[in-house]
Write a protein that binds this ligand. Structure first.
Ligand SMILES: [Zn+2]
Length: 156
């Protein structure tokens, strides 16, 4: 497991995954899009090679996301399990909101990557994508603390 102050490792994205994220973001607009990322830990960083879009069933999908529970459970049982979560911020910059941080404990330890995308500044421009590593630190009390550490996203 990554140390709390571990070295920053890039998140490597397959170009087809990047396109799939951008497409899903736009097809859900103005609602938030969400889905899981499949990939493997590779030397020098995590490599994402598949994206599985999930339906957002949040009561307020303009500002929040809740993956469809059935699709979510099915995704968790994939072999190998998803390594990351993606969602979009259709109206704001792709930085984690306080609700995003509060949602981290609901993700199992297999989730190591957190991606947030926002539409490009002008229509037709590529989305703005920020990548983060999910860090978990256990306090002496046993309580787990969650933190997102920004990591460069590299296309490959
Ligand atoms: Zn968010």
């Amino acid at each position: 497991m990554t140390a709390f102050q571990g070295n920053i490792q890039p998140i490597k994205l397959n170009t087809s995954v990047q396109q799939a994220l951008g497409k899903h973001l736009l097809s859900c607009y103005p609602h938030e899009a969400c889905g899981v990322l499949l990939g493997t830990a590779a030397a020098g960083g995590m490599r994402i090679d598949r994206y599985l879009p999930l339906r957002n069933v949040a009561p307020d999908p303009l500002h929040t996301f809740v993956p469809d529970p059935k699709e979510w459970i099915r995704a968790l049982y994939l072999e190998p399990a998803p390594v990351g979560l993606f969602h979009s911020h259709p109206h704001t910059a792709p930085w984690p909101s306080s609700a995003d941080i509060q949602g981290l404990p609901s993700l199992g330890p297999e989730f190591q990557i957190y991606l947030i995308g926002s539409p490009g500044p002008k229509s037709g421009e590529p989305m703005c994508l920020h990548g983060f590593q999910i860090l978990r630190q256990q306090k002496p009390s046993g309580q787990l603390i969650y933190k997102l550490l920004q990591s460069p996203v590299m296309l490959c």
